[in-house]
Design a protein around this ligand. Sequence first.
Ligand code: ZDP
Length: 280
Amino acid sequence: MPIEFAKYHGLGNDFILIDNRHSSEPVLTPEQAVEMCDRHFGIGADGVIFALPGQNGTDYTMRIFNSDGSEPEMCGNGIRCLAKFIADLEGEKAKTDYRIYTLAGVISPELRSDGQVKVDMGVPRLLAGEIPTTLGEPDAKVIDVPIEVAGKSWSVTCVSMGNPHCITFVDDVSAVALETVGPGFEHHPVFPQRTNTEFIQVIRSDYVKMRVWERGAGVTLACGTGACAAVVAGVLVGKCDRTTAVELPGGVLEIEWAEVSGRIYMTGPAQRVFTGCISL
Ligand code: ZDP
């Protein structure tokens, strides 16, 4: 059966978007998503995102499969792409603000007139039991805790943006052997749901460089939830301002952790690359 799709990216974190408005179940299996994400035998992407009917009063539901077929709760760059995709599908009827139901709760992207998408990412979760990790007691925060990976001790801070993140500050991000150490973090027994891992180099308190090893996707050019988690970790350890720009290999995301509401706002681009039709 031929499946229509559109390819989008947010800072080079690329996704296949599927119009799934007619059904509340994804039209593809995780195995089919893996095939489509393959960069040599398929379309090529870091994940597949489905725009499904809304629930609980929301406009749409977002589901996503990673390139390995696993299903994350949330996806920051992906939800910016989803917002653009929906606006493109709706054409004249498009709105500027949407409420999207995700496995991490209701997330609200706003399409701004300058082409950027600003997303209310909700409130980060900091307790070990919520992340989840066994690096601390379930109701304690995990801030600057040592962990052994690839024969080295790293000091990590853990944050959930709906999906799990482990953040470590380094002197030089370009020196991190992501392919070697990434899997060691992702599959470490202290992370029962596995984890995304962000390596952060602080340039100034309001500007950091980040490289990421994503759960289920490996090295990617950007990670929206990861950039949010990194700024939260930076504030917690006293290295970052509440408004900090995060430079990723694919470009820059603006992150703000609002003091009063505790909500995180992420602003960045999302772009359509091409549309197509594939037979599986
Ligand atoms: O949590 C996970 O398994 C991630 N791989 C999901 C994707 C996160 C993403 N890169 C982001 O921008 O937040 C899409």
